[in-house]
Design a protein around this ligand. Structure first.
Ligand SMILES: CC(C)(COP(=O)(O)OP(=O)(O)OC[C@H]1O[C@@H](n2cnc3c(N)ncnc32)[C@H](O)[C@@H]1OP(=O)(O)O)[C@@H](O)C(=O)NCCC(=O)NCCS
Length: 159
């Protein structure tokens, strides 16, 4: 397995062999602790981002949700909210989860707003809980419970 470092302005990433990529995809598909999905544009199937449910805890019926839309030309058009709603619905309806939570950088206003629009409530602030971009930063924890989710869908339908 060959691994090389490559530097970009913001981050360091690896260049890996096809063999390594294939194994990563297979491991990800069969990993029971997480579900990772691509986000594609319906019209042309272009892959524009990823979303996931990670840290799945079957005893507590909980998981952490996350999303990344790589290309900022797609931001601010409601796509993020659509994905969070669909993935939350999948988690509650198909998997019977009880609680979904998200950890968001305190200054990531777009992500906080997106979660808020999807019915997620802020539970609190984890002070200086992550080292990112050269400094310790606060994270906000937001969550939604199954019953809150269904109630929100009911209210949206009657609007
Ligand atoms: C977070 C992310 C997925 C949001 O996707 P999106 O498609 O832009 O989300 P939506 O359009 O559904 O909602 C974003 C909301 O934030 C608002 N918003 C964005 N930037 C804002 C700012 N600086 N101040 C106030 N509101 C802002 C938008 O106006 C929109 O709210 P509105 O519909 O009420 O107008 C996308 O920005 C992204 O991938 N960012 C990089 C990765 C990331 O931060 N992931 C989250 C980690 S948990």
């Amino acid at each position: 397995m060959q691994r090389k470092f490559k530097h970009s302005k913001k981050s360091i990433f690896y260049i890996v062999s096809m063999e390594y990529k294939k194994k990563w995809i297979e491991d990800t598909i069969w990993n029971k602790d997480q579900i990772k999905l691509g986000i594609c544009v319906k019209e042309n199937n272009e892959l524009i981002g990823f979303c996931s449910l990670i840290k799945i805890n079957l005893v507590n019926g909980s998981a952490e949700i996350s999303i990344m839309i790589r290309d900022n030309q797609y931001w601010g058009k409601g796509l993020g909210s659509e994905v969070i709603l669909l993935l939350s619905d999948f988690a509650f309806s198909e998997r019977g989860f009880n609680r979904i939570w998200a950890l968001i950088l305190e200054n990531n206003i777009a992500s906080r707003r997106m979660c808020e629009k999807c019915g997620y409530k802020t539970e609190g602030v984890l002070r200086r809980s992550i080292y990112k971009n050269g400094k310790f930063q606060n994270q906000v924890i937001m969550s939604i419970l199954q019953e809150d989710f269904y109630q929100m869908l009911k209210e949206k339908r009657t609007d």
